[in-house]
Write a protein that binds this ligand. Structure first.
Ligand code: ADP
Ligand code: ASP
Ligand code: MG
Length: 416
């Protein structure tokens, strides 16, 4: 007998039939003797619909009210699921995030969980109930509802699993687990039976939305067994675990991508000590997050300064940079918000050379121009035109033989 925290995402609870199906999966786990805590997302499309309603009234909805609104999506599914369970004589109680004791900081729309008070859940489990908790939400010190950022139900599930010391946190979704890249873009992508926390963190932070990044961080920190698996197909999915427990070692594990990027550059900036700090300081004062940065001295006195931001921040960043450029007497400001970031992730990069050149050659062969590059110990990211993204992902996927099973790839690397 185990204590399981199961999270069902938006597609998994997207209709009455699917909620019935989820109820039957939970009852199966119960009948096997497990204690079950369930975390649900809003029905697919519902959170987007709620956000559109708020945006129809205001370009900048009050954060407190925005959270009150968007947290309602999960309240619908939690109670529907509890009703479905009760209808099959399975005792169940649903709770909102605040009722379930999910305490967060005060940062509306992207709050972080600081504490989980588990008394109510433990009491219900002891009495034999299935506990259903609304994902994506909590309560701050003022008693206001907060939300955890898009995809935040994953983090609710891991936080509960960590606090309850569950045997496993199971993230049920609409694909069979974590793949070498998004299987919706590249159908040849391979399911990864295991992936290290470190690689999963990179994949999530670089755009693979299968797990919210914060949920991976939390599971890593609390040593929580975390598994991604399908609501609709049988299988053991992907176990996210510690590097030394990953059985099949690969040079690279996967490719993540994000379309939500924009690139902005200022050319002919007078080059003097402290100029970068000055420009970036003004950008961060405006609460704009910068991702990649590159600088090129064009002659002794001038430099070009280029960086990327999230696409939604591009208009206000551009306005700000134009003002800074005219103050500094820079030559020109250019921007392109039709770019995407393609990233290759793998712990094998630490010990093997030639990964970057293989990646760049693969992109070159399909005529893709790289506009910016950043690297870290286990990842390489490039900025390319958005309309080349799929072609680029496919080319890199093939170059690293990610469409082959791990065993086949291992052989391929041993031979070269
Ligand atoms: P849920 O609603 O269950 O939370 P999400 O839409 O948030 O589901 O995440 C699952 C989706 O993540 C998949 O449908 C898939 O398109 C996408 N995805 C992106 N990269 C990957 C990857 N490497 N492996 C699996 N899925 C991925
Ligand atoms: N419903 C929220 C979202 O769409 C949270 C989640 O599904 O994880 O982002
Ligand atoms: Mg999700």
């Amino acid at each position: 007998m185990a204590l399981l925290v199961q999270k069902y995402g938006g597609t998994s609870v997207g209709s009455i039939e699917r909620i019935q199906h989820v109820a039957s999966k939970i009852m199966l786990a119960k009948s096997q003797g497990h204690d079950v805590v369930v975390v649900v997302s809003a029905m697919s499309g519902e959170t987007d619909r709620l956000i559109r309603l708020a945006e129809a009234l205001s370009t900048e909805p009050t954060p407190r009210e925005y959270d009150m609104l968007v947290s309602t999506g999960e309240q619908v599914t939690m109670s529907l699921l509890a009703i479905a369970l009760a209808n099959h004589n399975c005792r169940a109680r649903s709770y909102t995030g605040p009722q379930a004791g999910i305490i967060t900081d005060n940062v509306h729309t992207k709050a972080r969980i600081i504490e989980v008070k588990t008394e109510t859940i433990r009491r219900d489990l002891a009495e034999g109930y299935v506990v259903v908790v609304a994902g994506f939400q909590g309560v701050n010190s003022q008693g206001d509802v907060t939300t955890l950022g898009r995809g935040g139900s994953d983090t609710t599930a891991v936080a509960l699993a960590a606090a309850l010391k569950a045997d496993e946190c199971q993230i049920y979704t609409d694909v069979d687990g974590v793949y070498t890249t998004d299987p919706r873009m590249i159908p040849e992508a391979q399911l990864l039976p295991q992936i290290s926390f470190e690689e999963m963190l990179e994949m999530s932070s670089l755009g693979a939305k299968v797990l919210q990044m914060r949920s991976v961080e939390l599971a890593n920190k609390h040593n929580t067994p975390l598994r991604v698996l399908s609501t609709f197909n049988d299988g053991t999915g992907t176990l996210v675990t510690f590097e030394d427990k990953v059985m099949q070692r690969r040079l690279v594990s996967g490719i993540a991508f994000s379309r939500e990027e924009a690139i902005i550059s200022m050319t002919g900036v007078p080059n003097r000590a402290g100029i970068e700090g000055h420009i970036l300081g003004l950008v961060s004062d405006a609460h704009i997050e910068i991702d990649m940065i590159a600088q090129n001295a064009t002659d002794k006195d001038h430099t070009d300064f280029t960086f990327t931001v999230q696409r939604q921040d591009a208009p206000k960043t551009l306005k700000l940079i134009e003002a800074i450029a005219s103050d500094l007497g820079a030559v020109a400001v250019k921007s392109n918000d039709k770019v995407a970031k393609l990233s290759l992730v793998g712990i094998g990069m630490r010990s093997h050379t030639g990964v970057a050149s293989t990646m760049f050659k693969a992109l070159g062969r399909v005529n893709i121009n790289i506009q910016m590059i950043t690297t870290s110990e286990i990842k390489i990211s490039v900025i390319i035109n958005e309309d080349c993204l799929e072609k680029g992902v496919r080319a890199v996927h093939e170059a690293f033989e990610l469409h082959k099973s791990a065993a086949e790839r291992h052989l391929a690397f041993m031979e070269t």
